[in-house]
Design a protein around this ligand. Sequence first.
Ligand code: HEC
Ligand SMILES: [Cu+2]
Length: 322
Amino acid sequence: MVSLLSGCSGIQSALDPAGSAAQLIADLWWPTLIVATLVTVLVLVLLLVAVTRALRHRSARPLSSRQSRNLVIAGGIILPLSVTIPFALSSFSIGRTIHAPPPEDAMTIEVIGKRWWWEIHYLDESGNRIATTANELHVPVGEPVRLLLKSDNVIHSFWVPNIQGKTDMIPGRENVTSLVADEPGVYRGQCAEYCGTQHALMAFLFVAETPEEFADWLERQEQPAAKPVTDREVWGQEVFADAGCADCHTIRGTRADGEDGPDLTHLAGRRTLAAATVPNRIGHLGGWITDPQHIKPESLMPSTELTPDDLQALLSYLESLE
Ligand code: HEC
Ligand SMILES: [Cu+2]
């Protein structure tokens, strides 16, 4: 029982809504569950009654053809329709409400499904990218946000269960959806369309914060990377260039401009690594760089062999990228 109920709360649960769309979905889901349970119980009881009666009165007179016709009309047509039609109508109307276009002046965030992580761009009013990050989507509480959902490989599906329903990310298409977070908090989003080996480890954090906190965060994301200060950080930056990291990763404000992997400009400010697979702590970071294939087999980042000193310097540099 406890394990059954544990699905009703938490940071990745459609039954613990923190946004108006998720609230509407939950409000439809509970009555559906209750009515479906009642119908199942009713059908089983009727079946039991029929079987026991048949066993007891083997010679009982069958129903007249009129009686059995009425039974079929009432129990086989009217009853099921009167249960399913209200649900179909409210599902249709909730679907329209939660997928209604956001207000014209809503902020736009572009999210691109990658193998197997999320590239995130914040756009200004004219659609220019002003900040880029990965695997951590921040939004201001109470403000509707427009999401442009894309994929450059296979079909993924964008889903933050506590906030909104799913929307597919389809190659060659741009799906638009919107959401509002009503309560501050950190929720977990998960790819909801099987997309290959690491589909299960294609997650992200959804951070709903006050408009002031969000404005500070976005302003930091717009800045180029912090310059290395200590000798070790300067050394680490050289390791980053020499070890080939810059071929795949961008650090804005430096010569690193690779595009195959996540933007690392403000890596140290993120809570997790590799699409919410491990916490962003120095030990995990060292483990990830040395052997990403162990943590996320077939991920598109190769393992890199570094001397312990080079690795330590690289870690100091990456940790300075607040
Ligand atoms: C061939 C391209 C490639 C190279 C070379 C590469 N990476 Fe990556 N890197 C990726 C990809 C792709 C991901 C995303 C993996 C995932 O989450 O599935 C990634 C993820 C990461 C992450 C996690 C970022 C986040 O926000 O989750 C870090 C940190 C990182 N790489 C650092 C490095 C460093 C340091 C080097 C050099 C030693 C390096 N990478 C070399 C492609 C590359
Ligand atoms: Cu996916």
